[in-house]
Design a protein around this ligand. Structure first.
Ligand SMILES: Cc1cc2nc3c(=O)[nH]c(=O)nc-3n(C[C@H](O)[C@H](O)[C@H](O)COP(=O)(O)O)c2cc1C
Length: 144
């Protein structure tokens, strides 16, 4: 069975919810899914996978969520060359239109630097997730 690891940071719960919806959709499609909060974790906790999903909201004028940011900064040695990785970035235009969805771009820069294989387009979710469940499910379907 193919495995998906999802590593996320979430302060208010939106990103966590989006990742749980994505996890359910991967499972429906026959994948074994592991959801990992980035808090107090490093890349060494992630282990092997067929597909990795990295997910973070944007805070503080274009910053990653605090624990997710710490996770990425402690993962400088992570060998992701040629590995399949997808991105989920959350944001809300009302907080900062100039840095809207900056988290997705920051993760993308990290992955390009690591020579990872970016799968699909980043899923970018603005505002409340409740009305966007369908978008998350469709995004997963399009990745596979
Ligand atoms: C203090 C604060 C700062 C934020 N800054 C940004 C920002 O710079 N850019 C952006 O697109 N969204 C920004 N947001 C919106 C969050 O990314 C959005 O609410 C997201 O859904 C939060 O995810 P979480 O519930 O998983 O923590 C900000 C939200 C807060 C509360």
């Amino acid at each position: 069975m193919k495995s998906v690891k999802i590593v996320y940071g979430s302060c208010g719960g939106n990103t966590e919810l989006a990742c749980k919806i994505a996890a359910g959709q991967f499972e429906k499609r026959g994948y074994q899914v592991t959801l990992l909060s980035a808090k107090n974790r490093t890349y060494k906790d992630v282990g092997d996978f067929d597909l990795l999903v990295l997910a973070s909201p944007t805070y503080g004028h274009g910053e990653l969520e605090r624990y997710f940011g710490m996770f990425l900064s402690s993962s400088a040695d992570w060998d992701l060359e040629g590995k399949d990785v997808a991105i989920i970035g959350l944001g809300d235009r009302k907080y900062d239109a100039d840095y809207h969805f900056e988290s997705a771009r920051t993760i993308e820069r990290y992955l390009v630097d690591k020579k990872a294989n970016l799968v699909g387009k980043p899923l970018m979710l603005n505002g409340s997730i409740v009305l966007q469940i369908n978008r998350v499910e469709l995004w997963v379907d399009q990745l596979l």
